[in-house]
Design a protein around this ligand. Structure first.
Ligand code: ATP
Ligand code: MG
Length: 400
């Protein structure tokens, strides 16, 4: 059905907050374009990107079928910065071609046979078109009504036929899928995610990518006192998250020995926070090497004893870099729903031997005093230890 009155299949993208940018807009658009191109790069056909006013059109090689438009839409559906993805038909800039395409678009649809209510919604990004938007709505709507006998409902239509007149062509489509929203990855700089194998940190990573941060992932494994399971999990999580930014990197620090020293320092109740501070100090050193400007964690206020206000304060005190906690105000059920939607929940729920189980005190401190923590750190020589740990960093490369 490719070469019918419908014209050529293509994909039409609506930009999100990028359109609010004033002087920086071009920078954001360029970044978004690069991310879109990267997301479709390994498809086995060429995708031609055209920036239009406020939208981006993705054209396919001549004669392409709808499966190609589907494949492209699936990829760009994960790219932050887009609010809508439409599988559209690209039609000649001529009213009768548009009408024909709209008629063809509704043929063979189950809901049309059922007699759904409908409306035509036209918009002109090129005002030189011979018909105004309202004239287009009426004339195409009238034809569709004649042919299919569908009731028009301008307020609450079950089916919307969209017509968008552009510079060189007209796009005709129904429906669409919501995009990720947010800002293009890279436009907010770079961050380092502290990535456990749990449910929260992958969601935190997603949230910050969606605000334009390109993120690296840092995982602390209990090696040599645990198996490599937690690394495989972190790896699988990073792979699942890679669709949102591409070129993701996973870094692993073997942390078991450092944990043993913390345990040996005897302050059982402070062990968890002392360990978290050492992770943060190490992460700060890694961030410096990677030129990342922020650390990101999956903390949510009050979720566990290490995430009380006092303990969060004690963690912030350990480093100079800002610690971003995008989940701070979310409930566990909300975090889980998002984890399910972005495809990380199943992986997070796999069993593993987290490094943190090595130090599970009978009763964890909920209001750690910074002075006490600093005392432990002096004995450990924590600053030096953090530099050493950062030096033992290993990269786990993502394979295709
Ligand atoms: P998550 O589900 O992300 O594991 P959690 O509810 O289990 O979170 P904690 O174990 O207290 O919470 O960890 C809080 C945050 O500390 C995590 O979200 C993560 O950012 C960081 N973190 C914890 N363990 C590790 C680890 N082994 N490697 C890297 N970061 C970690
Ligand atoms: Mg955890």
């Amino acid at each position: 059905m490719t070469m019918s009155a419908l014209g050529e299949p293509c994909v039409l993208l609506k930009l999100g907050e990028v359109v609010l940018k004033g002087n920086n807009r071009e920078l954001f658009e360029r970044s978004l374009q690069a991310n879109i191109k990267a997301a479709v790069k390994d498809l086995d056909f060429k995708v031609d990107l055209r920036q239009r006013h406020g939208v981006i059109a993705l054209f396919l090689p001549e004669g392409s079928g709808v499966e190609r438009a589907d494949a492209v839409a699936e990829r760009v559906g994960h790219v932050p910065g887009l609010v809508w993805i439409h599988r559209a038909w690209r039609v000649a800039k001529d009213p009768s071609a548009v009408t024909k395409a709209a008629i063809e678009l509704l043929a063979d649809r189950e809901d049309v046979r059922r007699g759904v209510s409908f409306a035509v919604r036209s918009r002109r990004r090129d005002k030189r078109f011979p018909l105004t938007s309202m004239q287009l709505d009426r004339s195409v709507g009238g034809e569709l009504n004649d042919i299919y006998g569908l009731p028009v409902d301008l307020k609450n239509p079950e089916l919307v036929v969209s017509i968008e007149v552009d510079r060189d062509e007209v796009f005709v489509f129904t429906g669409g899928q919501p995009g990720q929203g947010g800002l293009p990855v890279g436009t907010s700089g770079r961050g380092l995610v502290l990535m456990s194998g749990g449910i929260d940190s992958p969601v935190a990573a997603y949230r910050m990518m969606r605000r334009g941060l390109r993120v690296d992932f840092l995982h602390f494994s209990g090696i040599p006192f645990t198996t490599s399971e937690s690394i495989y999990k972190a790896y699988a999580l990073v792979k699942a998250l890679d669709k949102f930014q591409g070129r993701s990197r996973l870094w692993v620090v073997p942390f078991g020995k450092a944990q043993q020293s913390i345990k040996a320092s005897g302050q059982d109740r402070l062990a968890v926070i002392a360990q978290r501070r050492l992770m943060l100090k190490t992460a700060e050193e890694v961030a410096r090497r990677l030129r990342a400007g922020a650390l990101i964690t999956g903390d949510s206020l009050g979720q566990v004893s290490s995430q009380t206000l006092q303990n969060i304060t004690a963690q912030d005190d350990a480093v100079d870099l800002p610690i971003l906690r995008p989940l701070i105000g979310l409930d566990k059920t909300e975090i889980m729903a998002e984890a399910r939607r972005i495809g990380t929940l199943e992986i997070s729920e796999l069993p593993d031997e987290d490094c943190c189980t090595l130090l599970a005190p009978r009763r964890a401190e909920t209001a750690a005093k910074i002075a006490d923590l600093k005392q432990i750190e002096r004995r450990l020589d924590a600053e030096e230890l953090a530099v050493q740990l950062a030096g033992s960093l290993q990269e786990y490369k993502l394979e295709g």
